[in-house]
Design a protein around this ligand. Structure first.
Ligand SMILES: [Zn+2]
Length: 89
């Protein structure tokens, strides 16, 4: 299983790729969701996510990081999310 540090490094790598700078990255237990992004740029990831496949982890990370660019799930958000995750329509 991945360590907290490895997970944070993964977030940093994606942040570079996407061109955003999260203020802080936290890994801890969360009750209702897999991850969150505050308006100030603090990314929190549920520690339990490390039990899931890489694809799912990437999906959650990319989603939260894109919120540093776009607060809503608008058209550009969805286009970029799909592009970064190489998803087909
Ligand atoms: Zn979202």
């Amino acid at each position: 299983m991945m360590t907290h540090e490895a997970l944070k490094e993964k977030v940093n790598n994606w942040a570079k790729k996407i061109g955003v700078k999260p203020l802080e990255i936290h890994v801890r237990r969360m009750s209702r969701k897999w991850a969150s992004c505050s308006s100030r740029g603090r990314i929190t990831i549920h520690s339990e996510i490390m039990k899931h496949p890489k694809k799912f982890i990437d999906k959650v990370i990319v989603h939260e990081l894109l919120h540093l660019k776009y607060p809503n799930h608008g058209k550009m958000f969805k286009v970029l999310e799909r592009a970064y995750l190489n998803k087909k329509k």
